[in-house]
Write a protein that binds this ligand. Structure first.
Ligand code: C5P
Length: 223
């Protein structure tokens, strides 16, 4: 029997990649499959939370009992998340949001020419950072971090720079961790310290993340 320890908690999770259009047929994206975010949404629902899942384009079935908001681009995800943020107790930004998008989207398909093509890219808005710096009282915010080097240093920096309560650092260099796998190898960073989890199923990782977020949320409530 699952413990319904998130009963009454409103939780929003983002998942998947975003797609940034180049022209009507092409886009820039990344390898995210959405699996970790969907596991988090399903687990939170099982534990009694009212769950909103803001999802980029993925090929996963939405978990039962979860309100799904489908988005494509980083700008759409920003609007979907920011407009719902104030009604949430816990926000988990698991999505691999594109950091850059084409500065101009061609309205017609770009025709190929003999020479190469240079794309100008501009920054997208950092949704997590916006949430961290505009949080409502008592809200608990969690981000993810994926790096190919200096994982702990970079992840710890995100905790303070984005003003969030937790960063789940994903080890991309290890077999069985990261994109598309059923397992993950993560370290949970909070202001109190770091907890390295062993390689385990993304479903089990989701439960661990929710345990820590529940504790942080309860601690905030008691203040
Ligand atoms: O700074 P970096 O992209 O490495 O941080 C990753 C975290 O920030 C993830 O939680 C991701 O969802 C979030 N993020 C975001 N908006 C962006 C880029 C990243 O919310 N434009």
């Amino acid at each position: 029997l699952t413990e319904r320890d998130l009963e009454g908690v409103r939780l929003l999770v983002t998942a998947g990649p975003t797609r940034e259009a180049i022209d009507p047929v092409r886009f820039v994206t990344n390898h995210s499959t959405g699996r970790m975010g969907y596991e988090l949404a399903a687990a939170a629902r099982r534990r009694g939370a009212a769950v909103t899942l803001v999802s980029g384009p993925v090929s996963l079935a939405p978990p039962l009992g979860v309100a799904v908001v489908s988005v494509v681009s980083a700008a759409e995800m920003y609007d979907a998340v920011v407009s719902r943020a104030s009604g949430q107790d816990i926000i988990i930004k698991c999505a691999a949001v594109a950091d850059y998008r084409p500065a101009e989207v061609a309205s017609h398909k770009i025709k190929k020419a003999e020479r190469g093509l240079t794309l100008a890219l501009e920054r997208t808005q950092d949704i997590l950072s916006h949430l961290g710096h505009n949080r409502t009282p008592g809200q608990v915010i969690c981000g993810f971090s994926m790096e190919t080097r200096d994982l702990m240093e970079n992840s710890r920096a995100k905790l303070s720079k984005k003003n969030v309560d937790m960063i789940v650092a994903n080890d991309l260099g290890t077999h069985g961790a990261g994109f598309g796998t059923a397992t993950n190898l993560v370290t949970i960073l909070t202001r109190e310290g770091a907890e390295c989890l062993p390689l385990m199923g993304k479903d089990a990782v989701a439960e661990k993340i929710l345990d820590r977020l529940r504790d942080l949320y309860r601690a905030q409530e008691e203040r």
